[in-house]
Design a binder for this molecule. Structure first.
Ligand SMILES: Cc1cn([C@H]2C[C@H](O)[C@@H](COP(=O)(O)OP(=O)(O)OP(=O)(O)O)O2)c(=O)[nH]c1=O
Length: 237
């Protein structure tokens, strides 16, 4: 089954590619502001659902304009495919304080000070959304509408998984934080660190999936894709 990874994260691409799956990439932009009193897990589950809707909206736009612009993926009509979305955050040991991408050096320092000599959680949610491209209702007076204008994606099935890994850091000195910030690595990562990069030296222990920390719990995601494929076989006549 065709897969679209709706993510701008290079780590997610690399990990999915290691599974030797064929997939297409697109990126989506959404508002990532948490709601007041939203729990960390509610937040990431909402994020993956919102990213999926943003991907569907963007693809529908592409299908509408497909006579003039190329599409990310042009599946045959009524052939299902999967849109994968993911979201990763850190959470302090209080279970409430969320660690997101640092907005600046001070923000990163304040997160790292709280993670220093302590264990935090990393949570990733992944959503598989199965969609099909179908002709939309043109029963009114749509004689002049071109074929591309009459196609839209419909959701046929969706499921989320959520995964937690506990990560323990060594005591961090201000010198360590300063040189790590200057490396440029922290900027685009939840909690302002990459376990797969220089921050590996900060980690004494992890409990749970390593790939979950890097942004895509791989074996669990592959099981989800597998499940989606079986569901599809069951749906198809
Ligand atoms: C904790 C940690 C996070 N990260 C990354 C994974 C994610 O890319 C990022 C968390 O941000 P996300 O908002 O989950 O993802 P993203 O903005 O990078 O990509 P998209 O929304 O387009 O899918 O942090 C690491 O690479 N290593 C780590 O050790």
């Amino acid at each position: 089954m065709n897969i679209i990874l709706a993510s701008g994260s290079p780590r997610r691409r690399e990990m999915l590619a290691t599974a030797q799956l064929e997939f297409t990439i697109m990126s989506v932009d959404i508002d990532e502001t948490p709601y007041d009193d939203e729990s960390p897990t509610d937040y990431i589950q909402r994020m993956v659902a919102t990213k999926a809707i943003a991907a569907i909206t963007k693809l529908n736009e592409e299908y509408k304009n497909s006579l003039s612009t190329p599409c990310t993926l042009s599946p045959p009509v009524n052939t299902p495919f999967i849109i994968l979305t993911a979201d990763t955050i850190g959470v302090l040991s209080d279970g409430k304080t969320v660690l997101v991408k640092p907005t600046d050096r001070n923000h990163a320092y304040s997160m790292w000070q709280q993670m220093s000599d302590n264990t935090h959680q990393v949570w990733t949610a992944v959503q598989a959304t199965q969609v099909i491209l179908t002709p939309i209702d043109t029963s009114s007076d749509n004689d002049h509408v071109s074929n591309a204008d009459t196609m839209a994606l419909q959701i046929v099935w969706q499921q989320q998984i959520i995964e937690r890994t506990d990560v323990t850091f060594i005591p961090l000195t201000s010198g360590m934080m300063a040189s790590y910030w200057d490396s440029g690595e922290p900027a685009d990562k939840a909690g302002g660190y990459g376990i797969q990069g220089l921050a590996a030296a900060w980690v004494t222990r992890i409990n749970g999936s390593y790939t979950n920390v890097v942004g895509l719990p791989l074996s669990q995601t592959l099981a989800l894709i597998n499940h989606a494929t079986k569901v599809n076989n069951a749906i198809e006549p």
